[in-house]
Design a protein around this ligand. Structure first.
Ligand code: SF4
Length: 369
């Protein structure tokens, strides 16, 4: 099976429950109307007189995956990373483990993705991970892999814990993307040690405009020999903190890249849902559901999404109710026009928005494979 049964069954039950009984305190109080008490008023650029259809999840919003960033400090300066640039002034700040756990409890998402910054630089990372597992959550511990060898002994393998290693290509390409030689080799050593110790390991790969998909095939083939359990992929997106148009893609670029590589998504254990992959191949449309993937960091709850920062909110409830959700997504905000990233659209796929007949079987086949 692609995921532990606890994740597949738990997520299905969580989605069904929240769809039937959405928490009223998380719904926008006056959808579409400006809230004068919101300190983060946004001036939206007009995209003309386009008629937008109401979002299918109005008044049914709830989180699926918490992106928890205990710190933004990192040992690398990767080309596509927005965090070390956007949070440059607060890069030495860290959340306490207690603040992290409060965020986990406050939003209640069944999956917690611990990212950053480099989580292995966070001193209490092992205790934090265990405390989140003790709450019954599933964890993706996202890392550049440089400290796995040094710190793995502090962790216990758990079927609900995935060590998620960032790899954007084979050695020469990856080291170029992270701007340091030797990173690929160290990450691969970390993967080998983690697998030998019984940990679940997956990888995440950002696909850039210049990514050679034949090389991604070679990467997945190599990782197969190491026993890696799965791969996540996401198209790079040129959000404001990383504004280099050369390496980022338009929607048409993304669709072409992912459609041309269709064979990869069948051949290898891809952790992205097949519905999201259909979206990336241009075979279906999805609305943005950024509230499904909230981000919490040293500045608070980051709105509206992992990519764009129009404000930080003190509480999760404020984030859910004060962010003008209807103003984001393609067709609503020019900054969203070319976004197809997993943080905005993977929740839409999981929630069954714009579903087609046959989707349930497709998802079941994928989850059980
Ligand atoms: S489409 Fe959604 S996820 Fe993408 S940048 Fe806009 S708000 Fe963020």
């Amino acid at each position: 099976m692609r995921f532990p049964l606890s994740l597949t069954a738990g997520m299905a039950g969580y989605i069904a429950k929240n769809k039937m009984m959405p928490k009223p305190e998380w719904q926008l109080k006056r959808a579409g109307e400006p809230d004068p008490s919101n300190p983060f008023q946004i001036l939206h650029s007009s995209l003309g007189n386009q008629q937008t259809t109401p979002h299918p999840m109005i008044n049914k919003r709830f989180p699926l995956v918490l992106m928890l960033e205990p710190l933004h400090a990192c040992n690398l300066t990767c080309t596509g990373c927005g965090r070390i640039r956007e949070y440059e002034n607060t890069i030495t700040e860290q959340l306490s483990a207690e603040q992290c756990l409060n965020a986990v409890d406050e939003c209640g998402a069944p999956i917690v993705s611990i990212c950053g910054g480099e989580p292995f630089l966070y001193q209490p990372i092992a205790q934090l991970t265990q405390s989140i597992l003790d709450r019954g959550k599933h964890i993706y511990l996202c890392t550049n892999g440089m400290f796995i060898r040094r710190r793995l002994k502090e962790f216990q393998p758990n079927p609900r814990l995935f060590i998620n290693v960032h790899l954007d290509g084979m050695e020469a390409t990856h080291d170029l993307c992270v701007e340091r030689e030797g990173v690929f080799k160290e990450a691969v050593e970390g993967i080998k040690i983690a697998k030998a110790a019984g940990f679940k390991v997956c990888t995440n790969t950002t696909i850039y405009k210049e990514t050679d998909m034949a090389e991604i095939r070679a990467l997945f083939q190599f990782l197969e020999t190491l026993g890696v359990d799965g791969h996540m992929v996401s198209p790079a997106y040129g959000y404001s903190a990383v504004n280099d148009r050369e390496i980022f893609m338009t929607r048409d670029d993304v669709i072409e890249k992912f459609r041309d590589a269709s064979e990869l998504w069948e051949r290898f254990p891809i952790n992205n849902s097949p519905i999201y992959l259909d979206f990336l191949k241009g075979e279906r449309d999805l609305p943005c559901t950024a509230w499904g993937n909230p981000t919490y960091n040293t500045s608070g709850w980051k709105g509206p999404c992992y990519l764009i920062t129009d404000g930080h909110y003190k509480t999760f409830e404020e984030f859910m109710t004060r962010t003008p959700w209807e103003s984001y997504g393609a067709g609503n905000d020019p900054r969203c026009e070319h976004c197809m990233t997993h943080c905005g659209y993977e929740p839409s796929a999981a929630l069954g928005i714009n579903s087609k007949s046959g989707d349930s079987m497709k998802l079941l086949k994928w989850a059980l494979k």
